[in-house]
Design a protein around this ligand. Sequence first.
Ligand code: URA
Length: 437
Amino acid sequence: MLFTDVIQRKRDGRELSDEDIALFVNGLADESIAAEQVAALAMAIYLNSMNFDETSKLTIAMANSGTVLDWSTEDLDGPVVDKHSTGGVGDKVSFLLAPIAAACGCYVPMISGRGLGHTGGTTDKAESIPGYNTAPDFATFKKVVKSVGCAIIGQTADLAPADRRLYAIRDVTATVASIPLITASILSKKIAAGLGALVMDVKSGNGAFMESFERSEALAHSIINTAARAGVSTHALITDMNEVLGTTAGNALEIAESIRYLRNEQREHRLDDVVIALSAEMLVAGGIESNREAAKQKCDDAVTSGKAAEIFGRMTAALGGPADIVENYDRYLPRAPVTRPVHAEGIVSAVDTFAVGNAIIELGGGRRMVGEKLDLSVGFTDVASIGARLDADRLLAVIHATTEADAIEAERNLRSAYTLSDEAPVPNPVICGILEG
Ligand code: URA
């Protein structure tokens, strides 16, 4: 069969057969299908979607395109649970939640993704820590999960390689925001990681791939039902992504904010709500706690006691980063040469979060082309949240850029992404729904 037949079938809105899906996934993994043909099929799926059966088969074939980990022989004394986000701007939750969940008795083998479209990626952020190896061999990955309780790594050549290639092509072909493609992408990695349970952070809003609550809910159901077919029990939280999460956006800048959070120094309240709710859901999904409020208290204790920070430090060291990252992160993280404060007057009433994400790409912190090298130091700090009253003391943000010209362009982009008014807006709830499989 020719691959053009498969593209044509989906272009014409027909269902893909098992054989079509196998040809696609094998061709992705062994690179026998050219990138332009992959892009054409991704666009046909984006436009004409896939039914539940096609989505499940694509997911399972992509999970099986490489190694599938098995934790049953490791004699672990806690559940193997992970969290995955559908992607947002300023979403540094993984760096907080993985050590918190580990401090509470979970084992978290987190296989994360790189930046996708306007959203940042956990793997890129981790790589802003000098020496941190996001692609260790499986023996090291397993050893770190077992001894520390968590390890955040990227996709290796062996784990779900079909997704690795498709992800990179979707990133630059405007084919990300597709429910079946997001479902297959996320779950293929999670099934390959050998999880017992999964918690999904399905982002909803103008900085997410799903803008409306209804589309986010549809994505959550697609992930929960597809995961159930593959035997992974999944809970999903729908969380607000109508503004940057926390006070920073940009790779190294988000690592710095994560460490300040773990040191219990700076816990921006929306970020804190999302982190604690998702971490607590991991304890519930993993069977460690049945009561969500008790689980939240346990997660909060993991931060205030310093246990989560200690685990983050041990994980970083075990993966090749500095052993004193928590104490001395300023010494290690890359720093942009230019900083530019952005002053404004008024109350922040809305943010075009997609535009903020794109402004980071323009600064060099995200990709425009497959494989592009990032400037991990750039981005925004002190980002004002919706409802903030800006004046001479309270900035809209501080820009971190490589050149003055980049900073000026970023300021223009930021100003046009922010709507200011005289009246305080009605606050958006940050946790918009909880769904269980
Ligand atoms: N995260 C992923 O891993 N894949 C997607 O498609 C979107 C978010």
